[in-house]
Every structure is written in C-alpha cells, then in structure tokens.
Design a protein around this ligand. Structure first.
Ligand SMILES: [Zn+2]
Length: 268
C-alpha cells in the first residue's frame, strides 16, 4: 500500500521529467519525503561506520572530552530556534581521525562528520561553529536529497524510494570518502548554506561573522584542501556572509579561542 501511494505520488513527476529534457542547475526537484531523508541518512551512516578503513571514526566513549566539546557547539546551534528540523533530525556528530584531510560533510537527516584535519586547522570555537552551522544548513534545507535526485536520475531514485536499491548507500559512502561526492552541492546551495549558517549563529553566543575566517584560513593552505575542491571559491561568499550579518544587526558575538584550544587538545 505504501509503495502504491509512492507511485501515485511520483506519477506527475515522471510525466514532468519526460517533457523537460534539460534541467537547469538550480531547479529544485526533491522527490524525497523528510522520512526518506532520515531513513536514507541512517543507511549511509551505517555504511560509513562499517567502512573503518576509509572512515576511522573516533570512538565516543574513549574520546568523551572531544565529543563533549562537539556536542556543546551543536546544542548551542540547535537552541538558536532557527533550525527547522531541530527536533526531527538526529544531528549525530562523528569525528574522523585523519589529520591530512581538511573537510567536513553532512548527510541527509542531519548527521555530520568532521575530520581532525579540519578541527586542528581552525583557531576559535566560533569558526568551528560556523563550519558546523554551514553543514547543518545543507541538511536542514535538504540540499543533499535535492542533489541526489539530480545526480542519479529518476530510475535510481525510484529504486531508493521503493527500497529496491540498497547498494546505493554504499556507493554514496564511497563517494564521500573519495572527496568526489555525489552529494556535491550547487553554488546556490552553498550560498544558501552560508546564509543560513549566519542566521543559525546570530542568536547564539557565537560571533556569526567569524565563519569568514575559515575561508581565509583555507586559502592560506599550501595544498588546496578538500573543502575547497568540493565548494565554490570564497570571494563572493565572504561578501554575502557580511551582507547577511549586517542585515541581522551586525552585532558581534564571542569567538572562544581558549575553549577551542581545549577541544583541539582533547583530540588524539
Ligand atoms: Zn557546503
């Protein structure tokens, strides 16, 4: 019965896609329901946790201090009142132990992954909160499933929605490890994630404009970090971040460099 309902739901979309051969980059087609986001995210998370070779995740029990810092930042952002799916998504955080990778990513349903290489590069908790808020915005605005729909096309998507394509979660997890993710976002998604990151952070104790430091830090890196190859170039983004920050009132929060140093010290 559920399958039948899904098919009826999809029919108009199938017809629509048949008649539109070219899809413009930023057209928003998302046939996933919010429950699909959550269920699909759980599958991808299970694949990531199984693949310990590609994703050496720090155990939360033996690294309780590091995770306490991480979840304090997450909880502060969730308490902003600006995250639409704050209650509905699980927003689990995992740290991947690899100092040579400067990256973070989110998956549908709100789970987030932070490489130690990224955490160690930053200097303040507000910078880190900026990166986290950016990733949370991708999930909250449901960019991932939007991109998946574009990347895989209708047949594959039907397979996921109808539950006949379980191998896709593994494929997506592998793509995330290589950095050439099928979850790569469009430029407009990136701008939107920056905009919402500032909106999420502005009501909190964090300085919402501190996210800009992150891009400046990345540009100063000798080797282009993964985050830059999967995200558009920073110049325009810095301008837009300031625009949003100013439109909200332009009052600076705190940056917490000492507390962030404790976070970094708690990592192996
Ligand atoms: Zn992004």
């Amino acid at each position: 019965m559920k399958t039948l309902n899904k098919l009826y739901y999809l029919l108009p979309l199938i017809l629509m896609l048949t008649f539109s051969s070219c899809t413009k980059e930023d057209s928003s087609i998302n046939i996933f329901s919010v429950d699909d986001d959550i269920a699909f995210g759980q599958q991808v998370d299970a694949e990531i946790r199984t693949n310990t070779q590609e994703f050496p995740i720090l155990d939360s029990a033996s690294n309780a201090n590091a995770y306490r810092h991480l979840y304090r930042v997450r909880n502060t952002i969730l308490a902003s009142g600006k995250v639409y799916y704050a209650q509905r998504f699980s927003w689990k955080c995992r740290i991947i132990e690899n100092d040579s990778v400067v990256n973070a990513f989110c998956i549908p349903g709100g789970n987030m992954y932070f490489y130690t290489g990224l955490i160690k590069l930053l200097n303040t908790e507000a910078e880190f909160a900026g990166v986290m808020a950016h990733e949370m915005a991708h999930a909250d605005r449901r960019h991932s499933t939007d991109q998946l729909t574009k990347a895989y096309g209708l047949q594959i998507i039907l397979g996921i929605v109808l539950g006949t394509n379980p191998s896709l979660a593994a494929e997506i997890a592998a793509g995330l490890a290589s950095g050439l993710s099928t979850l790569a976002f469009s430029r407009s998604n990136e701008y939107e994630a920056d905009e919402y990151a500032v909106k999420f952070l502005y009501p909190t104790e964090y300085d919402a404009e501190n996210l800009k430091n992150f891009f400046t830090l990345l540009e100063g890196q000798a080797h282009p970090p993964t985050f830059l190859s999967t995200h558009p170039s920073p110049e325009d983004r810095l301008v837009k971040i300031t625009e949003v920050f100013t439109s909200l009132g332009g009052v600076h929060g705190q940056t917490f460099p000492e507390r962030y140093q404790e976070f970094k010290n708690s990592l192996p």
